[in-house]
Design a protein around this ligand. Sequence first.
Ligand SMILES: Cc1cc2nc3c(=O)[nH]c(=O)nc-3n(C[C@H](O)[C@H](O)[C@H](O)COP(=O)(O)OP(=O)(O)OC[C@H]3O[C@@H](n4cnc5c(N)ncnc54)[C@H](O)[C@@H]3O)c2cc1C
Length: 467
Amino acid sequence: MLPAMKTIGGLDRFQGTLIRPDDDGYDAARGLWNAAIDRRPALIARCKDADDAATALAYARENRLPIAVRGGGHNVSGSALVDDGVVIDFSPMNRVEVDPVRRLARVQPGTRWGEVDAATQVHGLATPAGIVSDTGVAGLTVGGGFGWLSRRWGLTSDNLASAELLLADGSRVTASDDENPDLFWAIQGGGGNFGIVTEFEFRLHDLGTQVLAGPLLYRADQAREVFDAYREFVASAPDEASVYAQMRIAPTFDWVPPELRETKVLVLIASYSGDLDEGERVLEPLRRAIAPAADLVMRKPYVAHQSMFDPGVPPGWGYYWKSHYLPPLTDAAIDVLVRFGWEMTSPTAFSLAFHLGGAIAERPADSSAASGRDAAHALNINASWTDGGREHRDIGWCREYAAAMQPHATGGVYMNFMHNDEGEARVRAAYGPNYDRLAEIKARYDPDNVFHSNQNIKPALGPPDRS
Ligand SMILES: Cc1cc2nc3c(=O)[nH]c(=O)nc-3n(C[C@H](O)[C@H](O)[C@H](O)COP(=O)(O)OP(=O)(O)OC[C@H]3O[C@@H](n4cnc5c(N)ncnc54)[C@H](O)[C@@H]3O)c2cc1C
């Protein structure tokens, strides 16, 4: 039973910082990771605690203002901001409390993954996270979430033990397998459609602090034979191993050998999270299959591996993404990768095939709202440009590349990799067979679609069942 609407007067109870268009710092406060997004909220409510979030929510509802919720502000679509509305901004709330005995971490909703990794790795523990340290915990988790450890321990949302939520009617609930299990099922992949998470509790695993990881660099003209070796490797790789494939112009980073810098490269980025000697044996066939132009796979701290991609996707550039889930790579899919992978004009653009399967695939598709359990890869096509503009010709490259890959994809897409122009059919495809159940749960918890700045699930038609 959902409690009745709780009314809170104006914003006088708000303890955090309220930022309006005329205030100093407004432009910085509405800045997102994706600088191509330009939205002007009426109020940015930087919350000190969950009570502040409740106050801001009540204020927005009473004044019939649209609402957006901001975790790390990293979603490419810009859904963390809303024009002329209220942004419930958690950026000041980034506390992480680790209980090493119970192997649990309580995490506030403005936290970034680098902060979680730093706190858990003190104890040699970790939970599957994204692969860029600056990405927000909140949006990634409610969207599903995958990274280097997911083939071993599942999606990020599979490792959610419980969550504290503020619902559209102002009530507060706990969601877990035992409390409000339907809501818990929905927030593990259904995005921010159902409520505002004010605290996450994650299960942690014994990782240790070292992984065997790093890039293998190949020249683009080696791509076909490398992709052949790659698909053979991933077809039987153990769950401790994840190898991603990236097509890009080699950056001028320290770790890139000088002769490869600014050339077209295929990079296989390997990660082995189990016993490191065993990892050397597991990765050896891949490292030997085709001689790489550089082999930088080595034993290193997990936190170092977790920030390896950071310099290539900084906040403040313009970005545009398209994405597909892919089955095991076919010859036709490899043709598309080779044809489009280096056709961008910006040296910062790239495409990246994440390696899924393993523990992600072990759970049934309806075990949570998260998608992608049937996929071998998630392909992220990342157009990016550094001049801060909103348009770039590589947006066309990104769209053409995605359209060419469509016939070779599963038909599904990871909702956290979608932009804001995908259309309703594609949003439905993102939630796949779970869409109808999600729409029913949405009708119960948010019948007025208060939380619509997201890849939106429309409440199912019919009177809301409030039992
Ligand atoms: C550089 C980069 C690397 C990435 N790498 C990965 C990766 O390795 N793996 C992966 O799975 N994804 C990855 N992503 C995608 C990432 O999961 C999404 O961008 C995600 O939305 C980021 O979360 P955030 O809190 O920063 O998002 P925000 O932009 O702050 O929020 C996005 C949406 O999440 C919802 N939301 C935010 N906070 C809350 C809350 N407290 N309660 C309920 N809903 C909320 C809202 O609907 C909001 O509109 C990456 C993104 C970027 C930009």
